[in-house]
Ligand binder design. Structure first.
Ligand SMILES: *[C@@H]1O[C@H](CO)[C@@H](O)[C@H](O)[C@H]1NC(C)=O
Ligand SMILES: *[C@@H]1O[C@H](CO)[C@@H](O)[C@H](O)[C@H]1NC(C)=O
Ligand SMILES: *[C@@H]1O[C@H](CO)[C@@H](O)[C@H](O)[C@H]1NC(C)=O
Ligand SMILES: *[C@@H]1O[C@H](CO)[C@@H](O)[C@H](O)[C@H]1NC(C)=O
Ligand SMILES: *[C@@H]1O[C@H](CO)[C@@H](O)[C@H](O)[C@H]1NC(C)=O
Length: 498
């Protein structure tokens, strides 16, 4: 009898061990500052390739299943948006994944040494490798070479398993856009969607790739430009992971003076497993064990965030010198928060129909160094010469002074003198062809991780949204709902009707 019990105990233990072992996979993401000091473009490229190879070795030595590198990490972004001859020089052909080619063991001269090196390194380290690079492709219709901003996935045998061409280019006139969404399966049982940087704010591909509920995780190379109050990288990426209940592996180009930064592993439950941002140049490998999800939850019920494990504790290194730009919010509706009041209940509207309701409890001293304002906007914003985005937002934002134009600007010093005991932001919006997500940011340029975000589909046309803090907040820059209204993309800048 005792023997049987021992046997059962052991079997159970083993089962638990086996279960625990396959319950997560190990992900690595690299925050990367390219070294652009060599005078020759190819020397710059191969200096950065060498750094990538040592990060792959390090991630492999720590038994990672997958390692993800940022967008434009091999070249920096400036060269590839500016010089056609450099684009050509640093480019490589990338095999069609259907051909199951392993560049490491191919003698085809169309594949650059960089592509071959990554393939060999994936094989040697038995790790999936995701790199963003310049792809050269012979276009039979144009009878010419074209260039794509491409993510290449190598599997654990160094074989090219996926090739994604960025669809939504941002000021990248030397590239042609890709067309297709893409996902790939792995030998550790996780199916990943894949897209690049700016793509995340577009329905195609960022929402379309989720139409299959088996896509539970996303790999995401990015070179984000921080733009306040709503478009800071970590804030947008976290909001996407929360609102879609998806694991997101975001590897960010890190160049604080140029506004580029924000690397993290976000979990489907809203937790941030690992995160890196600061005001100094330098690269960093983040590794974490990501829970596997068999199927994504598609329901629009409340998402309750409770940060269980604290994110990495790196100091606020020079966070004030991390550059951020500011949106021109001329057409927004503003309402100042009176810091002498302890409770505020206010509804403000942008245009006739789009209204946001705020309920706030706060404690303030007379020495508050930021003003806070309620803002509402339903309209189009000009993000680049070619990109006008339909947006809608309701938020509390920090402003450098009482001037509306100072909202989104930061002091060198952290906010002091104001503690929000509670903030609740609510609205009922048209649900058609749109997507809403939390948009939150603290002084350390990381998102808030203690709140509840609810979306309730009321009928075919309306979605009721509320976002409520569950912890007091004293270092707040932004707290609100940021929505995209896809049908308004491309319309003239200014207010649009709900
Ligand atoms: C950048 O690369 C050059 C070689 O191209 C090297 O001499 C230099 O030390 C590198 N700088 C840094 C900061 O790693
Ligand atoms: C800020 O904008 C609001 C309208 O949205 C306006 O009523 C208010 O006067 C402006 N405040 C300042 C200081 O410009
Ligand atoms: C969030 O809540 C958890 C537990 O509820 C707490 O341990 C943590 O300190 C909170 N984090 C912040 C940033 O308030
Ligand atoms: C937030 O929305 C959820 C779902 O629609 C609802 O159950 C909850 O009562 C709302 N909370 C507030 C404070 O309105
Ligand atoms: C504000 O709206 C007007 C049209 O009403 C438009 O001409 C202007 O460009 C807009 N400004 C911004 C910054 O959105």
């Amino acid at each position: 009898m005792k023997l049987i019990i021992n046997y059962l105990l052991c079997t159970c233990m083993c089962l638990i061990l086996v279960y625990a072992k396959t319950d997560t996979y190990r992900a690595a993401v690299v925050a990367f500052t390219p070294n652009l000091s060599a005078p020759e473009p190819l020397d710059r490229l191969y200096t950065n390739v060498a750094s990538y190879l040592s990060f792959i070795d390090e991630a492999g030595a720590q038994h990672s299943d997958i390692v993800v590198f940022p967008e434009d990490g091999l070249t920096g972004w400036y060269d590839v948006i500016t010089f056609p001859e450099i684009v050509e020089l640093v480019s490589t052909q990338v095999p069609d994944p259907n051909l199951k080619i392993t560049p490491c063991s191919s003698s085809n001269k169309k594949y650059s040494k960089a592509l071959t090196d990554f393939s060999c390194s994936a094989l040697k380290n038995k790790i999936y490798v995701v790199v963003n690079l310049v792809e050269q492709y012979y276009d039979n219709e144009r009878k010419n070479y074209v260039y794509f901003n491409t993510d290449v996935v190598f599997d654990k045998n160094g074989c090219v398993a996926a090739r994604y061409r960025k669809i939504n280019l941002l000021n990248e006139n030397l590239f042609v856009p890709g067309k297709a969404t893409l996902y790939f399966e792995t030998d550790f049982g996780v199916t990943f969607g894949l897209y690049t940087c700016f793509d995340i704010v577009f329905k195609h591909p960022a929402l379309n790739v989720l139409s299959d509920l088996e896509v539970t995780d996303i790999v995401y190379p990015v070179a984000w430009f921080s733009h306040l109050p709503f478009l800071q990288g970590l804030s947008v990426h976290h909001g996407y992971a929360v609102s879609n209940k998806i694991n997101l592996l975001a590897a960010g180009l890190h160049d604080p003076a140029l506004r580029n930064g924000g690397t993290a592993i976000y979990l489907a439950n809203g937790e941030i497993l690992k995160v890196y941002i600061n005001g100094q140049k330098g690269s960093k490998l983040l590794i974490g064990d990501v829970p596997k999800i068999s199927r994504r939850k598609s329901d629009k019920s409340c998402q309750v965030l409770e940060q269980l494990s604290e994110p990495t504790k790196e100091e606020l290194i020079d966070i004030a010198s991390f550059a951020t730009s500011v949106e021109d919010m001329t057409n927004y509706t503003f309402k100042s928060i009176d810091l002498n009041k302890k409770e505020i209940s206010e509804t403000i509207c942008s245009g006739e129909k789009f209204c946001c309701k705020f309920d706030i409890k706060l404690e303030a001293s007379s020495k508050a160094n930021y003003a806070y304002k309620l803002v509402a906007y339903h309209g189009t914003v000009q993000l680049s010469q070619n990109d006008r985005l339909g947006t809608r937002s309701c938020a509390v934002v920090a402003c450098k002074s009482e001037d509306n134009a100072s909202c989104g600007q930061r002091h060198k010093e952290p906010p002091s003198g104001v503690t929000f005991e509670k903030i609740e932001v609510k609205g009922t919006f048209n649900s058609q062809n749109s997507h809403d997500q939390p948009s939150t940011l603290r002084y350390n340029l990381k998102p808030v991780t203690n709140y509840t975000f609810c979306r309730n589909l009321k009928n075919n046309n309306d979605v009721e949204i509320n976002l409520t803090t569950t912890e007091k907040q004293s270092l707040l820059l932004t707290f609100g709902i940021y929505g995209r209204v896809f049908k308004d993309d491309g319309k003239p800048v200014g207010l649009t009707e709900e």
